[in-house]
Design a binder for this molecule. Structure first.
Ligand code: CDP
Ligand code: MG
Length: 152
């Protein structure tokens, strides 16, 4: 069978950090077979976020995105696992927390009124590669697990 092991990039956003959901969100990923390949705290950086969200720069809500995303440092990382990109996007749910499917991370931890949606996930394998290279330029920041067993 063809291996579909992939890497995806994630951010735990300031709203989820402020509410104390970092551990819970990482735990959901781990319970679904996504293991943490990289993890770090990055101080607020308009420059890095403008590169990350370059497709949104001309959108009317971009300043709000920047204000939200620079409110605290960010928890950023890489998950690895089978179909990691789509799996993580499914766990996140819809971009708009008011439309996020029940039980998803954005439905549970997001704030629909403020359009703050708790966490980011790459939308495609190509986007994941670009974002991982942007946030983790050094491959020595990655954990290589030779024999991933997963939780019991
Ligand atoms: O994060 P996702 O890939 O689901 O959505 P996006 O279209 O790539 O937008 C990136 C981020 O911009 C979203 O996660 C929201 O935080 C923000 N956004 C917003 O504030 N208002 C919108 N109408 C759309 C996106
Ligand atoms: Mg996106």
């Amino acid at each position: 069978m063809t291996s579909t092991k992939e890497e995806t990039f994630f951010i735990i956003k300031p709203d989820a950090i402020e509410k104390g959901y970092v551990g819970e969100i990482l735990s959901i990923a781990e319970k679904h077979g996504l293991h943490i390949k990289a993890l770090k705290v990055v101080p607020p950086s308009t420059e890095l976020l403008s590169l990350h969200y370059f497709e949104l720069i001309k959108k009317p809500f971009f300043n709000e995105v920047l204000a939200h995303m620079t409110r605290t440092s960010l928890v950023v990382g890489v998950f690895e696992g089978e179909n990691a990109v789509s799996k993580w996007r499914t766990l996140l749910g819809h971009t708009d927390p008011s439309k996020a499917e029940a039980g998803t991370i954005r439905a549970k931890y997001g704030d629909a009124e403020k359009f703050e949606n708790a966490a980011h996930g790459s939308a495609s394998i190509e986007e994941a590669k670009r974002e991982i290279a942007l946030w983790f330029p050094s491959s020595s920041d990655m954990i290589n697990i030779a024999n991933y067993v997963g939780p019991n």
